[in-house]
Design a protein around this ligand. Structure first.
Ligand SMILES: Nc1nc2c(ncn2[C@@H]2O[C@H](COP(=O)(O)OP(=O)(O)OP(=O)(O)O)[C@@H](O)[C@H]2O)c(=O)[nH]1
Ligand SMILES: [Mg+2]
Length: 909
């Protein structure tokens, strides 16, 4: 038998019964097969990205799958339902395994960690750190006491599951370990590596004493060189000015420092000296301080996961704090597990207490919060609060980490650098600083440092940028600059909701704010060189998160469009609408951007909280309109003009519904029915939907005008939820993801190229235009003082492996010129044109949805003059370029500079 998938199959396993099998595929599904009939019995859907690995529970009742975006799912085979989602990995899950009792599972991921999970409650019990490369394979010993992991760092590790200790690091492989397995009695193990070597080893021979391990630096494992800790996340939320940042400093550092309003989110390590040990497990707390201004809240959702405790703060000296507190309650409800304890904390009590204490206390009681009054400035109430925090963190439920001591030493030093205010470093700079500071204590490899950096990047403490080798030690700067963008958009009297890309690249934004007292204040900025990098990272983040879209040389922000839809145009009637709750700006903007990118409904017009799209075939208009209500509630109306096919209407509506399900809460769908007899709209939409829910296909409602029955289960309702519509919506989502991916790759290459050219002290700018047409960037060479010389070069960028093909006959690399117009265009440029091609280490497929992959190979080649020769000055036709590009690096940029400026040797270095 043979079955064909549209996308790659990543993993297959037989069922214990020998008759069934499962497969996990890049199309995000797990499928159950009957191997006798060849039939696909079930499709398990829920993963957002490709499924990398699958496993049967030993009793055959459940399935486990791991996905590219880092989540695991447990499925009930009989019902086909997903019973648990296990979240925590920050990279692709490469391997999963069930424990012998079916109560525990293991996973190994591209984030270099192994995790141990409890099936019953979906909790992660342990994170095992130590590998300095992706974990490719994990295996549970038959008695359930040990775990094996094989990694791209060429080692195999054996872990003691109960204690979390790394019992053994086995490092005699010389290539990626791709697969590990135990034998039946758990006495021997097998590992297979990327270079074709298999190794069999007996467990008892390999458990070395810890000295032997310590003596071999490559192993960096076990015993005294290993430590265990838990890391509790405490969130501080509340309106702006409540005193969150003040209190964060007081709790973590024991002192008060006056602060400005916080941009975005940042976190501070609270060192718990003395109190920190229990049973050999170190405890630490990270305080996450959230900027309270309304604009910021979109960003926060990303960081709220897995909070152990939440401090809900308010400014005691304000008039009415309850509405603000209720808003935050709502926000937390959507983003934080109900298990996290919450404290209600009054801040700045030294200033005064204008609000009613009794009402606040009642609010705390009603919501089950402990209540505290504090003054960060004077320290009042802070000791009690501190004590209560320590006592109320559910330490036993927080995952325990096992980590080589060297990891923690490096990590703590990086955090220290961050606390000192260092915002941005390159990998090399970071390595140098750490080598100087830690020289006496340890030596470490690049792989170890990369691993530690990515472990900090996972929870968002620092951010590895996707271009250059930059590491942003203070990710909150991205939010700070995003705020400047929003401020600039707001200040535009025409409220166009868009901005030239160039303004962002050059930092032409508004950096002044008006304080509550009316005073104008300059906000902090980074030095120019660093600012450029952060601006670029910010633009990419916004595009990636679908908050804005690129149109020509503009960035368009749908939620900041201020022009009202002209009254004159008659609004077509809404056929369905959705009520929901959440961050309206975010939900709305991302919806518009995604729709515009999915390919089925080109964007026609944007208005204030409204967007018009059109159908592909007949250019009929359909659109959405958001009505904002109080408390983050909104209603999104979906309308279309006469003549749009019912199928198109339902697909649009279902796409919107799915979008809301991922981003909003309390979603209610309301159909707009029209009486088929007299054309009167059914006014009580809620009642109609209730009936429909209760009576299904037989549901109807009385028309208020003609008093005849309006059937509710109509043609359109049949389509809602039909398999065919679901399939089409899925296809649209996939198209949108692909589109986003292509844009992201293109954006990454622009950033990568700029980083490389700027690091050679030359100027470069993006020339935004329609995709795939025209020149992408311009380089201007500089004189000895760094001033522009007017000598330029144009760059044509191509991102991705698909642009180069290797010719069979001679192995030459070939770039296919897809459009003959390109040749004409390149030939007529007044300055040299460089073709820049960026490729990845793996096939493009691997890139999807993964942050950690970057362009490893960027090469460039002059093509204007090449084409002049090859076409005999345009007389002959040329359809391909033999690509012989050189690496785009510092020395190559300098060589080009010297050639262009006519200087012999390099005068600057
Ligand atoms: N008198 C007094 N001032 C405080 C105290 N805590 C903070 N402040 C000051 O009050 C102002 C607001 O406090 P922040 O801690 O910045 O407020 P926040 O909640 O972090 O505000 P956002 O970052 O805008 O969300 C700042 O000027 C602080 O320096 C306090 O306990 N007493
Ligand atoms: Mg603050």
């Amino acid at each position: 038998m043979e079955v064909h998938f549209a996308r790659q199959v990543n993993s297959v396993t037989w069922a214990p019964d020998g008759r069934h099998a499962i497969s996990g595929s890049a199309d995000s599904t797990v499928r159950l097969w009957d191997m006798v009939s060849g039939e696909c019995l079930k499709v398990f859907e829920g993963h957002d990205t490709g499924v990398r690995c699958v496993a049967w529970s030993r009793d055959g009742g459940h399935l486990l799958s791991g996905s590219r975006e880092g989540s695991l799912r447990i499925w009930d085979v009989a019902t086909g339902r997903c019973v648990r989602v296990l979240e925590g990995h920050s990279g692709s899950v490469n391997s999963v395994a069930w424990g012998p009792n079916n109560r525990h599972v293991l996973s190994g991921a591209a984030d270099s960690t192994v995790r141990l999970w409890e099936v019953d409650n979906g909790r992660c019990m342990r994170v095992l750190e130590g590998h300095a490369g992706a974990v490719n394979s994990v295996a549970y010993s038959p008695d359930g006491r040990h775990a094996l992991s094989g990694s791209s760092d060429n080692t195999v590790r054996m872990w003691d599951v109960d204690s979390g200790h790394c019992a053994m690091a086995f490092d005699t492989h010389t290539a990626d370990v791709v697969s590990v397995a135990w034998n039946a009695d758990g006495q021997a193990a097998l590992s297979g590596a990327g270079n074709g070597v298999l190794r069999v080893w007996r467990v008892r021979d390999l458990v070395l004493p810890s000295q032997a391990i310590a003596a071999t630096p490559a192993r960096e494992a076990g015993g005294a060189d290993e430590l265990q800790y838990t890391n509790a996340k405490v969130l501080l939320v509340g309106d702006s000015g409540a005193g969150k940042t003040g209190l964060t400093g007081r709790l973590a550092r024991g002192r008060f420092t006056a602060s400005d309003s916080t941009s975005g989110t940042w976190c501070m390590q609270w060192l718990l000296s003395g109190l920190s040990y229990e049973q050999g497990i170190e405890r630490e707390i990270w305080l996450w301080d959230f900027g309270g201004q309304a604009d910021q809240r979109i960003i926060h959702q990303l960081y709220m996961e897995k909070a152990a405790l939440i401090l809900l703060m308010f400014d005691a000296d304000r008039e009415d704090v309850l509405p603000g507190l209720r808003d935050w309650q709502q926000a937390l409800r959507h983003n934080v597990s109900a298990e996290a304890r919450r404290f209600l904390v009054a801040g700045r009590t030294d200033v005064g207490f204008r609000f009613h204490r009794e009402r606040i206390k009642r609010f705390a009681e009603e919501n089950g919060h402990l209540y505290f009054e504090t003054s960060a400035r004077e320290g009042r109430g802070c000791h009690d609060l501190k004590q209560a925090i320590l006592e109320n963190i559910p330490w036993e439920y927080i995952e325990k980490r096992t980590s080589p001591r060297i990891f923690k030493t490096i990590r703590d030093e990086i955090v220290r650098m961050r606390d000192e205010g260092i915002a941005l470093v390159t990998f090399k700079e970071l390595r140098e600083v750490l080598r100087q500071r830690l020289s006496a204590e340890i030596s470490f490899t690049d792989a170890t440092l990369e691993t530690v950096v990515s472990l900090l990047d996972g929870p968002g403490v620092i951010k590895e940028l996707e271009f250059g080798t930059y590491i942003l030690l203070r990710p909150e700067w991205i939010n700070g600059y995003a705020q400047a963008v929003i401020r600039t958009l707001r200040a535009d009297p025409r409220e166009l909701g868009c901005m030239p890309l160039r303004s962002i690249a050059e930092g032409k934004l508004i950096f002044q704010t008006r304080q509550p007292d009316g005073e104008i204040k300059e906000v902090d900025r980074l030095p120019e060189a660093e600012e450029r990098v952060v601006l670029q990272a910010m633009e990419q983040t916004m595009l990636k998160r679908s908050l804005c879209l690129r149109q020509g040389d503009q960035l368009v922000f749908p939620s900041h469009f201020g022009r009202d839809r002209p009254e004159v145009r008659k609004l077509p009637a809404a056929f369905v609408s959705y009520r929901f709750q959440g961050f309206l700006d975010d939900i709305y903007a991302t919806l518009v951007v995604k729709l515009a990118h999915c390919g089925a409904f080109p964007l026609r017009d944007l208005w204030r909280d409204a967007a018009d799209f059109e159908t592909l075939a007949e250019h009929k208009r359909l659109g959405i309109k958001l009505a904002r209500e109080a408390d983050g509630r909104g209603e999104l109306k979906v309308y279309c003009e006469h003549g749009v096919l019912p199928n198109e209407q339902v697909i649009l509506a279902s796409y919107i519904h799915e979008h809301l399900q991922t981003k909003a809460a309390d979603i209610v769908r309301l159909r707009q029915y029209i009486c088929p007899h007299c054309g009167t709209p059914v006014s009580s939409r809620e009642v109609a939907m209730e009936r429909l829910a209760e009576q299904g296909e037989t549901a109807d409602i009385l028309c208020v005008r003609c008093e005849r029955r309006v059937p509710l289960w109509d043609e359109m309702e049949k389509r809602f939820g039909s398999r065919e519509v679901q399939r089409q919506v899925r296809a649209l989502r996939a198209a949108e993801a692909l589109h986003l991916d292509d844009r992201r790759k293109a954006g990454m290459l622009v950033a990568e190229v700029s980083a490389r050219i700027r690091s050679a002290d030359q100027k470069c700018f993006e020339i935004p235009g329609a995709e795939d047409e025209g020149i992408d960037m311009e380089v201007e060479f500089t004189d000895q003082d760094g001033n522009g010389t007017g000598k330029r070069m144009y760059l044509q960028l191509k991102a991705g492996n698909s642009h180069l093909r290797r010719r069979k006959e001679d192995g030459a690399e070939v770039f296919q010129i897809k459009n003959p117009r390109w040749v004409e265009y390149w030939l007529k440029q007044p300055v040299p044109v460089m073709l820049v091609i960026g490729t990845f280490p793996e096939d493009d497929e691997r890139l999807r949805g993964e942050a950690e992959i970057r362009f490893t190979d960027v090469r460039w080649m002059e093509i204007r003059d090449w084409l002049k020769r090859a076409t005999d000055n345009g007389r002959e036709k040329v359809t391909q370029i033999i690509f012989e590009g050189e690496r785009l690096d510092l020395s190559s940029v300098r060589r080009w500079r010297n050639r262009m400026l006519g200087v012999g040797t390099n005068p600057r270095s």
